[in-house]
Design a protein around this ligand. Structure first.
Ligand SMILES: NC(=O)c1ccc[n+]([C@@H]2O[C@H](COP(=O)([O-])OP(=O)(O)OC[C@H]3O[C@@H](n4cnc5c(N)ncnc54)[C@H](O)[C@@H]3O)[C@@H](O)[C@H]2O)c1
Ligand SMILES: CC(C)=CCC/C(C)=C/C=C/C(C)=C/C=C/C(C)=C/C=C/C=C(C)/C=C/C=C(C)/C=C/C=C(\C)CCC=C(C)C
Length: 512
């Protein structure tokens, strides 16, 4: 056995496990897994390297502002159906959150003066889009209606682990047509379906942007199942912002976890997953402490899990194959701004997308995303002030090898470029600035522990929809993954699904 691999072996005697399950990381994926299991009576230990829970759905406070770290456009807080997974995850541990409905999902500011809003009201949205492309009236309706078909299949059934044959049999008998519908859509991408109905190149570019702004890839590489969820749920459950900020979601899940008798530790950075005879049996922390459990779950990205927490020889062939099909998406350059309220004209919407040239949609600093949560919850900023959180794709390579002074300077230059472009939507932004904090891919890597600060995995080329995304079990016995590097990918509601599925599979494996 090599020196590397022996470092990952435990020297401790084989004791009975202290915990049923250890979850590495308290992102929403990790917390939903933990709370699902705790609610079924499992004793769970969540180990979080940072000081608060939530990961990308965390927050930080500066000078009277409470900024969301990342996630801000929140799906999954609906009241009906089965796809309201955040509502359901909280309810499982007797928790709930007050949320504020957003009447517009996105206000787009696109090339050639294409200005339009995605209203919560489906018909109003279709009307507004059709007014820009009247010759595509039928195609527009047929494409978005097909998204509803996917959503209606999902929203009819209990959403649990697709790796659990008895559940699959049960949902198949309860909802045979919905299951067959999903089987049909699983290998498809949204772009193929859009092109079936739509031919106008500008409109197809708009559909690309509709996908890109949450999947970070154009429609041809965006799984149809995910497009069906996003393009329909925004009109069904809607986009709803948690009162008190996004950080409340993780806060409440932790409260429920602890009330259910399980534990979370902060400042607890896992450096190794301990293997015995090739099975994951525990973890080792940076402070040298070791914990053992019957099952180990990693909420870190697959790159972090298999390249940093395990010895390189333990990398399963299936992971190597997965890395050939998927790559890390770019990270983001994020500006957390505090502004005087005069900067925002009355009637300003909460979320905006700005792009001036279609050719630059996928480029570094191409598309600009804007979120103004204080329009929904004014208490997140001092009186007469607002938060503008704006971000744009950025790669780690741009930010490495710089002296502290160069790094600072580069951040300031980048912030100036973004703010100048935003002046188009918010004239007076520069003059109205009260606070500014700039995050780079390095910031995301440091605070979220995500390799290269990545937003998550994206297909290297065109793949068969969602079929290539791994479920929660891994090739290493005892080790599961959860979060955005598992089926169905990025997004809080998506990682909440992965948490439900992971919790379910482990509960069955443990006989709970
Ligand atoms: N809706 C939006 O507006 C929006 C915006 C940005 C991101 N998001 C999404 O939010 C989702 C976040 O979900 P997630 O659950 O996959 O992950 P996450 O990255 O949010 O959470 C992972 C957690 O694990 C912790 N961690 C990592 N390595 C560790 C280690 N070795 N030891 C201990 N702790 C460790 C991190 O500190 C972090 O808290 C992503 O899908 C992202 O795409 C959404
Ligand atoms: C039995 C038989 C035969 C069969 C079976 C079949 C089946 C059952 C199948 C199933 C399937 C399933 C369940 C699936 C599921 C799925 C899901 C849940 C999905 C989900 C998804 C979600 C998503 C994707 C979401 C996303 C979101 C996002 C990402 C967001 C983002 C946002 C952002 C970034 C922001 C931006 C903007 C501004 C700021 C402006």
């Amino acid at each position: 056995m090599s020196a590397v691999s022996s470092a990952f072996q435990s020297n401790e005697p084989v004791n009975a496990s202290e915990y049923d399950v250890i979850v590495i990381g308290s992102g929403i994926g990790g917390l939903v897994t933990a709370t699902q299991l705790a609610s079924k009576g499992a004793k769970v230990l969540v180990l979080e390297r940072y000081l608060i829970p939530g990961g990308s759905a965390g927050y930080f406070e500066r000078e009277g502002y409470r900024f969301d770290v990342g996630a801000s456009m929140i799906f999954g807080f609906g009241t009906n159906g089965t796809t309201n997974l955040l509502t359901r995850a909280l309810k499982a541990v007797n928790m709930s959150l007050e949320t504020i409905p957003d009447s517009v999902q996105i206000h787009y500011h696109l090339p050639n003066g294409l200005e339009l809003k995605v209203h919560r009201d489906y018909e109003k949205f279709l009307q507004e889009l059709t007014s820009h492309f009247p010759h595509e009236q039928q195609g527009i309706r047929r494409f978005y209606d097909e998204c509803w078909k996917v959503f209606n299949c999902l929203n009819a059934m209990e959403l649990l682990s697709l790796e659990e044959p008895r559940y699959l049999m049960r949902v198949f008998f309860q909802h045979p047509f919905a299951c067959l519908g999903l089987v049909k859509y699983l290998p498809q991408n949204a772009g193929d379906i859009a092109r079936r109905y739509i031919s106008d190149p500008q409109l197809l570019k708009f559909i690309d942007m509709e996908c890109y702004c949450w999947s970070v890839v154009p429609a041809d590489r965006t799984p149809m199942i995910n497009a069906g969820m996003v393009f329909s749920d925004r009109h069904y459950g809607g986009i709803n912002y948690p009162k008190g900020g996004v950080g409340q979601i993780a806060g409440k899940l932790v409260e429920g976890l602890v009330k259910a008798g399980s534990e979370i530790q902060y400042g607890a950075r896992v450096t190794q997953i301990i293997l015995e005879d090739g099975t994951a049996v525990g973890v080792k922390l940076a402070n040298g402490k070791q914990y053992r459990a019957k099952r180990i779950v990693s909420n870190a990205t697959r790159w972090d899990t298999f390249e940093k927490l395990l010895p390189s020889e333990a990398m399963p062939a299936s992971e190597k194959r997965w890395q050939k099909r998927y790559q890390k998406s770019p990270s983001f350059l994020s500006l957390h701004l505090g502004v005087n309220s005069e900067v925002l004209p009355s009637g300003t919407d909460c979320h905006h997308i700005l792009l001036e040239d279609w050719e630059k949609m996928e480029d570094e600093e191409g598309t600009i995303f804007v979120s103004i949560p204080t329009l929904l919850d004014p208490d997140l900023a001092p009186p007469e002030h607002h938060i503008i959180h704006t971000f744009t794709p950025s790669w780690m390579e741009q930010w490495q090898g710089l002296s502290p002074k160069e790094y600072q300077h580069k951040k300031e230059e980048a912030a100036e470029r973004i703010i100048k472009r935003l002046e188009k939507i918010f004239p007076g932004l520069t003059a109205g600035l009260d606070y500014q904090e700039v995050g780079t891919p390095r910031t995301h890597r440091r605070f979220l522990g995500r390799d290269d600060g990545t937003y998550g995995p994206i297909p290297r080329g065109k793949l068969a929809g969602l079929l290539g995304m791994p479920f929660n079990r891994t090739a290493i016995p005892g080790l599961y993954c959860v979060g955005d590097s598992t089926f169905p990918g990025q997004g809080l509601n998506a990682v909440a699904f992965s948490g439900f599925a992971c919790g379910h599979r482990i509960a069955v494996d443990l006989g709970l």
